[in-house]
Design a protein around this ligand. Sequence first.
Ligand code: ADP
Length: 254
Amino acid sequence: MNTPAHTPAHRPADSPVEGPAHAPVIRLQDVSRTYTDGPPALDGVSLTVRAGEAVAVLGPSGSGKSTLLSLIAGLDRPDTGTVTVDGVRVDRLGEAGAARYRRTKVGMVFQFFHLLDDLSVADNIALPAQLAGTARQEARRRAAELMENLGIARHARAHPTRLSGGERQRVAVARALMNRPALLLADEPTGALDSASGEDVQTLLRALNADGQTLVVVTHDVALARACTRRTLHLVDGRIASDTATPAVAGAVR
Ligand code: ADP
């Protein structure tokens, strides 16, 4: 995994990267979602995220960030509009199709890791491949490769409770990458970490994106957005209030 040594050509947020290598990974068209009571949680959202982009979703509590993530992850369905991810019409999937979609197309990282404490680190990481029907040996090989790349190989046999928060989040990222997802979704991935571990996870996410991983990060943390994304969406009252280039961190190589 290499972080680029120089700054790539700057791209204004309103001129998305084009070309076959930058096909849309996420496309939302006029998506709305209203829960039983109250105003729409999402209100006519249209959005395209292309392969290789890193996008932060910011906004106050209640602005619709989790709802947006749930729709992209196939955990919920819109009332109106379409959600397409890597060519799959996610809004049309039934339960089994949505489960398969989540196993194969998206990797998810959560604030509180959601690791299985009864399993070793290696088994946690390999689990999504086993659920997807990958042969055990191939799953182990891929898990070993990810642990090596993410610097957690020495913890392979440990259980997650023995690890620090930052290490647990590395395990969760490895698990999310297990099935080579088109899209990595992270929901407040540094929210439960001290600042040093948080920076470590920021660096990891930035490096994964530099290697081509499409990334969407939902966060309250402007520093996280600045450290590992290039495009920032601000949600307000279920609408995209702005869609701009993420301001660079002063002095940082991006
Ligand atoms: P955020 O993640 O930005 O805090 P959410 O997507 O969680 O925002 O919430 C958007 C709006 O939808 C809020 O008004 C919230 O109260 C409402 N909401 C979210 N989930 C549910 C739910 N399961 N049932 C009812 N209302 C919900």
